[in-house]
Design a protein around this ligand. Structure first.
Ligand SMILES: [Zn+2]
Length: 614
């Protein structure tokens, strides 16, 4: 399964990285006993059932069944294949691995991508040089100074200037042997109508390079310095720039977000830089578009609390509302059974006082006032409630409208306690009986988006109710993983032959095949098993820690075998045989009889060995 990555390299990487470190980058982990636990990144939950074992170097979610080793985690988190996960972790561990032979299409794609990254980097350098060292950049530099940007910010954010004229960048890149065609693919030039060549996309604009999480330049934003329109012009989407996946400034902010546990989300480049200049480095910008599911997902890796910051003006409020609606729907999409995530992601809406944007507010009131505003910023529902009351007033007519406006949000809250609390809050806010609001929710029960049933992310969920039979077999697998000393006796007594559940049977056989000798070898065993339900089953059962003793194991195995024999002796087998006879299904009758016979023989053997052990 490792493809062309040598096995010893994989072992080297596995030994060099600690699963806890890797997972801690995307999940807030708390120590609990020998393990760590946190909220599962792969399904929606409010109480942590995602567990990481540093000893076993595995993770497992008791909620959705996701689990595996460090490679499985990276594959699932990044949506990549095994080889990419290995490469990612190798880079992190500083393990060099030989280059893989790529398919010709992949080679083309990846070399095209690296060309675009290179081109973007060169363009960013060109714009920056023009701003800082060319006379053409002087007015832009003055403009930025007037806007209060420090030289340090200009350099940190690698700001630049695209000069007036139609082909400065085009000419510069031609001298570096880049064709107009490639520049067009990078979104840096636009073909002239009528097919007569190309011209620069960015002209006489301040340039803000846009980076991805790992600080590669993926695109550019350009801002005018006067009142001409459009005020902002952005790169189009390219092979390396997918707008819904990028947040401006995340590459600089991610460490700060992690240590602060929160992130401010502002609208524009200058808002973001203002926050940084005022000592608030845990901030990103959406660049005028509403937050997307991908962006939210990206952010939840770094911070548990999100504060959406808006200007006070009417446009800011409108955009806050639009953003909430989107936010709401996006959540339904990617956390299907959990529409209400307010206390999970702790999302706040901060609307700045009348007439302020982040920069002017910070300049006028200071960073402490900003933090205080953030502290008291309302959550999503409370914000919608406040806005509705402001808008409709508290006349009888107004109250009806307020309830109607809140209704879809309240109906979409799955958590009954949370919903009751919000209903109470609304009732108090508009001085109306709670029962009236509840009645309305009941009569208009359809939520604004129908969340799907809580479908487990993976097939191997162990959180569902489990039959006693299955439970029995699961515990034996757990025993085999946690107390491998017992394996010879499992083999001797043919225990796995008694298994009724195919997935557990194959789990048992896998353990036997790999000749596990001590629990320390578990990571190696798991590393050799391909991603899939089998691996998840093994991880799930390896996660628990029981204090098995040889005596305890034997007693358990004896009870297991006895119970299976009873079942076989019981009516089920007999009934099956009779049914087959009635249907004149000779083959089935023969099969069942031979099965019965085999089991009887095994039972005798079992009795003998049990007797010998006494
Ligand atoms: Zn989960």
């Amino acid at each position: 399964m490792a493809g062309h990555i040598p096995e010893d390299k994989i072992t080297e990487i596995r030994q060099a990285v600690d699963i806890v470190d890797v997972i801690a980058e995307s999940v807030l982990l708390k120590k609990s006993g020998k393990n760590f636990s946190g909220l599962c990144p792969f399904h929606s939950e409010k109480t942590p059932s995602f567990t990481v074992s540093p000893d076993k170097q595995i993770f497992h979610c008791f909620g959705c069944g996701a689990g595996g080793n460090v490679f499985s985690f990276v594959m699932k988190r990044d949506g990549v294949g095994f080889a990419d996960a290995v490469r990612n972790l190798a880079a992190r561990a500083g393990v060099a691995i030989p280059e893989r032979p790529l398919s010709s299409r992949a080679v083309r794609q990846s070399s095209e991508q690296s060309t675009l990254f290179e081109l973007n980097r060169l363009a960013a350098d060109y714009f920056r040089q023009t701003l800082l060292h060319q006379s053409a950049g002087k007015p832009a530099l003055d403009y930025l100074a007037r806007r209060g940007l420090t030289r340090q910010s200009i350099e940190q954010f690698e700001l630049g200037y695209a000069p007036k004229g139609w082909d400065h960048l085009l000419g510069y890149m031609a001298r570096k042997k880049f064709s107009a065609g490639v520049l067009e693919k990078a979104g840096l030039v636009i073909p002239r109508r009528g097919g007569g060549g190309h011209y620069d996309r960015f002209r006489d604009r301040i340039i803000f390079p846009i980076h991805d999480e790992v600080a590669r330049v993926v695109g550019f934003g350009g801002r005018v310095m006067d009142d001409s329109t459009p005020k902002y012009l952005n790169s189009p989407e390219t092979l390396v720039y997918t707008k819904r996946r990028v947040l401006y400034g995340l590459n600089r902010a991610k460490d700060a977000c992690r240590s602060a546990g929160s992130v401010f989300i502002v609208e524009g480049y200058l808002d973001l830089i203002a926050l940084h200049q005022h000592g608030i480095p845990h901030a990103v910008a959406t660049l005028g578009t509403a937050l997307t599911a991908e962006q939210i997902r990206l952010l939840t890796r770094y911070a548990g609390r999100m504060v959406l910051v808006y200007d006070s003006d009417e446009a800011g409020i409108r955009s806050a509302r639009r953003c909430i609606d989107l936010f709401w729907k996006e959540h339904v999409d990617f956390r299907r059974d959990d529409v209400f995530r307010e206390e999970r992601a702790d999302t706040r809406i901060l609307v700045l006082p009348e007439g302020h944007d982040p920069d002017s507010f910070l300049n006028a009131q200071g960073v402490d006032a900003f933090r205080r505003l953030a502290q008291s910023a309302p959550g999503v529902i409370t914000f919608v409630m406040n806005q509705a009351v402001l808008h409709h007033g508290l006349s009888t007519e107004g109250k009806i409208r307020v309830v109607a406006e809140l209704q879809p949000y309240l109906a979409a809250i799955n958590d009954t306690v949370a919903r009751a609390l919000y209903v109470k809050q609304l009732a108090e806010r508009i001085r109306l009986e709670e029962s009236v609001i509840l009645d309305r929710l009941k009569t208009h029960a359809a939520p604004m988006t129908a969340p799907g049933p809580g479908v487990p992310v993976s097939g191997a969920s162990v959180s569902q109710p489990v039959a006693a039979d299955e439970r029995f077999e699961q515990r034996i697998i757990a025993m085999m993983l946690q107390f491998p000393e017992i394996l010879p006796e499992i083999v001797k007594n043919g225990i796995t032959d008694f298994f009724l559940y195919a997935h557990l049977k194959s789990a048992g056989e896998t353990i036997l095949r790999h000749r596990l000798r001590s629990p320390d070898q578990l990571p190696e065993l798991l590393a050799r098993i391909e991603e899939g339900t089998l691996k998840q089953t093994l991880v799930a059962l390896a996660m628990s820690d029981e204090n098995w003793t040889r005596k305890g194991c034997r007693a358990f195995l004896r009870r297991f075998v006895e119970s299976r024999q009873k079942q076989v002796d019981g009516r089920s087998m007999q009934a099956a045989i009779e049914a087959a006879e009635r249907e004149h299904n000779e083959a089935e009758v023969m099969r069942l009889l031979s099965e019965k016979q085999k089991l009887a023989v095994r039972r005798e053997k079992q009795k003998m060995s049990a007797l010998r052990e006494k």
